[in-house]
Design a protein around this ligand. Structure first.
Ligand code: NAD
Length: 235
């Protein structure tokens, strides 16, 4: 299939909806499939509130490892392509399921992090959030109130933040170009957003080397890795 280049000027609002596959070429493992982290670690021991309450230091050590690993990786060319686009088209948003902070490291803006960020901690007792802490210090951090700070991310069995969801709904519901990159779209809201964009009239493109359960709803499917798919569409 021959794809037409995207002319951003033809669109009022562009949304990139990204999942773990967006970071795969940078070296961060995806969730499912080969090298997926939940094959190596049981989430019940490392990524839920119950585990944190039982063994906070073990859980925090695991997340510090995730940060150390993320820092070894660099944003790939696909991030640069989105960054260039954002400098020309200010109504370009990123709605991401990723927690690795890679979009920010690539100097992108208008980012909605559905599942929070590895780079923030919060105290559930004082209702405080701590941003931009340095890697290598998180593991031992406690709040002034004496309680452990937990990563400000959506763990297994957590609810998504209502305000974040409603902002994502508003942005996706009002876009006219929706490009999904590297998500298997098997869990809510990942499964719902492409359908929302489509029902609101957006042109929808999927970039993923593999078929997904909702591939059929897209107007175009690009079976390439993220950076190559973005290059094909925008260069
Ligand atoms: P997923 O692991 O379920 O699916 C990844 C998808 O990416 C697959 O469909 C795969 O075919 C595709 N993919 C693999 N390599 C690709 C590439 N080079 N270019 C484009 N696509 C590629 O990931 P998901 O749908 O994002 O759901 C996973 C959940 O786990 C999310 O909730 C996310 O928060 C979390 N997670 C985040 C990270 C991260 O922050 N980088 C990593 C792993 C998991």
């Amino acid at each position: 299939m021959i794809f037409k280049k995207i002319n951003p000027e033809n669109y009022k609002r562009i949304v990139f909806f990204t999942g773990a596959g967006m970071s795969a070429e940078s070296g961060i493992p995806t969730y499912r499939g080969e090298g997926g982290i939940w094959k190596e670690y049981r989430w019940e021991e490392y990524a839920c509130q119950e585990a944190f309450e039982k063994q906070p230091e073990k859980v925090l050590k695991f997340h510090e490892l995730r940060r150390t690993e993320a820092l070894k990786c660099k944003p790939h060319n696909g991030y640069r392509i989105i960054s260039e686009l954002q400098s020309l088209h200010t109504q370009t948003y990123i709605v991401t399921q990723n927690i690795d902070g890679m979009h920010q490291r690539a100097s992108l803006n208008n980012i909605i992090e559905l599942h929070g960020s590895l780079w923030r901690l919060r105290c559930e007792f004082d209702n405080l959030t701590f941003n931009d802490l340095k890697a290598g210090t998180y593991e031992t951090l406690k709040c002034d109130c004496g309680n452990w700070l937990r990563p400000d991310i959506i763990w297994f069995q957590d609810m998504l933040e209502r305000e974040v969801l409603s902002f994502a709904n508003e942005i996706i519901g009002s876009c006219d170009l929706f490009i999904s990159i590297g998500t298997s779209s098997v869990v809510w809201p990942a499964a719902g957003y492409p359908k929302l964009a489509k029902s609101c009239g957006a042109f929808c493109i999927e970039i993923n080397p593999e078929n997904t359960e909702i591939s059929h709803i897209y107007d175009e499917n690009i079976r390439l890795p993220a950076s190559k798919g973005l290059d094909l569409l925008f260069h």
